[in-house]
Every structure is written in structure tokens, then in C-alpha cells.
Design a protein around this ligand. Sequence first.
Ligand code: MG
Length: 266
Amino acid sequence: MLVLLAALVTGVARFAAGAEEEAPTGYTDTPLLPGSRWHVHDGSRPHPQAVDPGTFSSDQQPGKPPSDATILFDGRALDAWQTAKGGPARWKVQDGYMEVLAGSGDIVTKQKFNDYQLHVEFSEPTPATGHSQERGNSGVFLAGLYEVQVLDGYNNVTYADGQVSALYGQSPPLVNASRPPGRWQTYDILFTTPRFTGGKVSKPGYVTVIFNGVVTQDHTELLGPTVHHALPTWVAHEPDMPVRLQDHSMPVRFRNIWIRPLSRAK
Ligand code: MG
């Protein structure tokens, strides 16, 4: 027990003295990981960057984004957004959210991204009006081309590959995790951008969606850009593309939008 206590005290003292005085960790007598230049438990393998993960959102207030996120909308202004043609975004901004201004067009981020984690919160119009695709329709277009459907999915029947959290026209969600209209709902989306070689798709894109904390798309392979009433056909594009939000003429609200490009050391 005494030995254990002494070890603990030494450990605390070492921690307090700062990382540079800590004993080295890891091993050098272990096998190489397949396809890697690092050994199992390799002490010289670079450490991941420390990130403050922020906080979760509640209905009353948006959470705090992770410290390394690029903020796309913090409730105050549409500075990060523009129209598809590059003009000023005209969606309404008030009380910490933006709202689709019917007829003003889709909005796209000024910045372009590939391979990312995207966090989006939305709230459906209340009282609910219309049915099927005519109830609270909007969308989050990854790379500006691949739609994760936004729709009021609460007591609203529509075709499966068009419901909220579907990859529109391609893949229904695993479950319908909708909250009622007027409540804030969250998308946490992981997107692997498709890659093209010589104008042809060489690696398809993949989409994972966590909707209100529930997995609804599990590394789903994209078939091509979103189309209506037809089969998609791949169209080559650069890896870096904007995020697009859809004006489907319905007053859907958005708040707390942030993105974290994903890259890892090899
Ligand atoms: Mg839509």
C-alpha cells in the first residue's frame, strides 16, 4: 500500500512539474503495425492535438462548439455564407437563428472543405402545415451536391428515401429519430468527399449521420449527386467544395453550425 501511495505521489509530482519532465512512454521492441511506420505502442508516434470538446446544446441554448471548429453560424450574422452566385445571403437572422427566406435561394459557405465533421441544428416550422415533402423541407448539401434531407419527420409520412436524415433519393435513414416541430434538432454528419481521376469517380463518397444523437446513416456510400425522380450520375469535382443549405420555400430555422475538417497523421 505504502509503495502504491509513494508511486501515486511521485506520479502527481511529475504531472505537476510539466509534461517535459515525464518519463518517456511507449515501446520500441514491438512489431510494426501493418501498412504503417509506427510500432505497436510507439512512444515516438505524434500525439493528437488537444481539443476542448465544448458543450451539448439544449432547446434553450446552443452548445459551445469544439475549440478547433470553424464556426459557420453562431446565431449573429451570415458572414460565412453567400448565394450560389456569390451575392449576399438574404436569409432572416434573429434571436440566435437563421431562417430560410422563401424565394431568396440556397445559401452556400464562402469557404470550401473536404472530409469533415459538420454540426447543424434545425427547427421545423410550427404549427406544422402541408404534408409529405411539403412540410418543413430544406436540406444540407455536402460538397454542395449531396443532400442530407431536412424535413419535418414528426407524424409526417413521406417516401422513405425522402424523409428527414435520408440521403435524398438514395438511402432512407436507419430509424426516424425526429423531434416535434419547434424543437431544436441536431445533425452531426461525417462526410468523406468522393475523389475523381480522369473525370471518373475513383473513390465514392461516404456519409454518416447522427440525428438527435441517434445513428441514422452508417458510412453510407453515395451513388452520385442528389437528383429528384431519377438515378444519380457522378459528376467530377474538386475535393474542396462549399456546404449548401436549401431554400425549399419553407421557413426552417438553423443555428449553431460548425465544421471540423478531418485529417490524420499517417
Ligand atoms: Mg430538401
